[in-house]
Design a protein around this ligand. Structure first.
Ligand code: WA2
Length: 268
């Protein structure tokens, strides 16, 4: 009887964990797809129309009205690529100077990625050089070299919540799928991205599910298997003996690996 009771509990753990992993992965995927569409919107209306048929007011309104399509993102923005030789004319044209993510005037760099369009929920990144943050910078470089959506490792976002940043490159010319890295870099116009506020938005998602009270859920970035990085939940003390179940997660960036670990709060 004891054995049967344990396996019944473990069965419940497996199915509840799989349900949560599937939901999280699906909501992640729809959010990424919609950011992809926003990158195409910027290419179409900012770069393929002369003069551009997009401005901050239009971008803010469109992204606010479509935010339901991106349930796990706290906000999206577009950062334009500015090489140093064009910095002065860019700043004169915009009427403001490029600042770092620490809100200081940007020192001289080879190039910058100042935010020119933002959803109102992340308006605090307007005018900031996203290459001035280590995680954001790595994402920008990796996305434009590959032409694909990329994710940062989990880190404290400017909102002070734990999360990850998603970045899509925007190119000036149409590139073929097999375009070389140097051609991609040369054709880069900017970066469309957003912040997955994992800490608060995944909490909301899980709260709605039956069994939430009895389950402890953690998500880790396990890209480096010997150094798992906490992405959601609180760190479980080492040597916790209660049974756990692990579900693999696919967030669409083949460079990163993630998984979900579920446990019962009180041993069954
Ligand atoms: N967006 C919102 N909060 C953040 C953040 C970010 N990056 N980085 C740290 N906190 C415009 O990749 C381009 C958004 C970066 C995109």
């Amino acid at each position: 009887f004891r054995r049967a009771a344990i396996s019944k509990a473990e069965e419940g753990l497996v199915s509840m964990c799989e349900e949560r992993a599937r939901m999280l992965q699906d909501q992640f995927a729809v959010s990424v797809n919609h950011v992809h569409a926003l990158a195409i919107l910027v290419a179409t209306f900012h770069y393929e129309k002369h003069p551009p048929a997009l401005d901050q007011v239009t971008f803010a309104e469109y992204t606010a009205r479509t935010s339901f399509e991106r349930p796990l993102l706290s906000g999206v923005a577009y950062a334009q690529r500015v090489v140093h030789a064009y910095r002065e004319s860019f700043e004169r044209q915009q009427g403001w100077i490029i600042k770092t993510m620490r809100h200081e005037p940007s020192p001289v760099q080879d190039e910058y990625a100042p935010v020119i369009y933002s959803q109102e929920t992340v308006s605090y990144i307007e005018g900031l050089d996203m290459m001035s943050g280590e995680e954001d910078r790595e994402n920008i470089l990796r996305s434009r070299a590959s032409g694909k959506a990329v994710l940062t490792r989990p880190f404290r976002l400017m909102s002070d919540h734990l999360g990850v940043v998603l970045t899509f490159p925007v190119y000036l010319d149409d590139l073929t799928a097999d375009a070389k890295e140097e051609d991609r870099v040369a054709a880069t116009a900017g970066y469309l991205g957003g912040a997955f506020d994992v800490e608060s938005l995944v909490e909301n998602l899980l709260r709605q599910l039956a069994g939430n009270q009895e389950l402890v859920v953690n998500v880790y970035d396990v890209t480096n298997n010997s150094n798992p990085l906490l992405m959601y939940g609180s760190e479980v003390p080492l040597g916790n003996p209660s049974p756990s179940h692990i579900c693999m997660l696919d967030f669409g960036d083949p460079f990163r690996k993630h998984h979900m670990i579920c446990r019962y709060r009180n041993k069954p």
